[in-house]
Structures are given as structure tokens and as C-alpha cells.
Design a binder for this molecule. Structure first.
Ligand code: HEM
Length: 124
């Protein structure tokens, strides 16, 4: 048997660089947005169907579950747009080096957390 056998990667001991975290978050928020759209389009359809439907949506959005969904949707959209803008800047040839790429990733993550807290306070 080979002495130098391959070792399994220990996922929990790997620390991801900010650019990798940012990339994962961009995909996760993209998928989250897809599912959030089901709620958004559903709420919109019910709200324009009748006056009762409108009241029902307003009532749902005033409940804790509606607020959590609203904040989650705003948060996912905020991150996805920030990540999308970062991609656009990278497409223009900036922030592509290791240092600047990681710095821009850290910056949008911090900005996202701040904007999510502000949105959370405003919605709640
Ligand atoms: C509700 C609207 C949106 C949905 C459902 C959505 C969904 C997604 C998903 C699922 C991905 C991941 C694709 C993959 O990694 O294979 C993605 C990537 C991407 N999205 Fe969105 N997106 C939305 C809006 C936006 C907006 C407004 C922007 C621009 C600000 C944007 C910019 C991007 C970019 C640049 C990528 C590619 C990222 C990469 O190459 O790693 N998206 N989107």
C-alpha cells in the first residue's frame, strides 16, 4: 500500500478568504431571491385582487412572520446587488488582485450588514 495516501479535507478547519465568502454569499442570496420572489409575486397578486386581499397582505406584513420574510428578502436583494456591482467593477478590470479583491469583498459584507440592520429597524 502507498505510504503517502491522500488525506481527506477537513471542511471545518478550512478558513475561506473574504472573496470566497463573498462569492458563496452571492450565489446563496441569488437562490434565496428566486424563492423570495414567490412570496413577493404572491403578495402582489393577492394585494391587487381586491380590497380584502390588500388588507390581508397588509395584515400579513404587519405580523412577525411577514416582517421576517420582508427583512430577509430586502437583505438578500441588498447583498446580491452589492455583489453584482462588485462584479461589474471587476469586469471593468479593477479589484482583481488578491489584496483589493479581498478588501472589496470585506467592504460589501460590512456594508450589507449595516444596511440589513437599518432595513430591519425600519421594517420592524
Ligand atoms: C430577483 C432577482 C435576481 C435573482 C433571482 C438572481 C439570481 C441569481 C443567481 C441564482 C445567481 C447565481 C448563479 C450561479 O452562481 O450559478 C446569480 C448570479 C449573479 N447575479 Fe443575480 N439575481 C437577481 C438579481 C440580480 C441583480 C439586480 C444583479 C445586479 C446588481 C445581479 C447580478 C448577478 C451577477 C453579476 C451574478 C454572477 C455572479 C458570478 O459570476 O459569480 N443579480 N443571480
Amino acid at each position: 500500500m502507498k505510504k503517502q495516501r491522500p488525506v481527506n479535507l477537513q471542511i471545518n478547519t478550512i478558513s475561506f478568504p473574504p472573496a470566497a465568502v463573498s462569492s458563496i454569499l452571492h450565489r446563496v442570496t441569488g437562490v434565496a431571491l428566486f424563492f423570495a420572489l414567490i412570496f413577493v409575486i404572491g403578495a402582489w397578486a393577492v394585494s391587487v385582487s381586491s380590497a380584502d386581499g390588500f388588507d390581508c397582505v397588509v395584515q400579513s406584513l404587519n405580523g412577525w412572520f411577514g416582517k421576517v420574510i420582508a427583512i430577509g428578502t430586502i437583505s438578500a436583494l441588498t447583498y446580491h446587488i452589492l455583489g453584482g456591482l462588485r462584479h461589474m467593477v471587476m469586469d471593468l478590470g479593477h479589484w482583481e488582485e488578491l489584496g483589493s479583491g479581498n478588501n472589496s469583498a470585506k467592504a460589501i459584507i460590512v456594508l450589507w450588514v449595516v444596511l440589513t440592520v437599518i432595513a430591519g429597524v425600519l421594517v420592524w
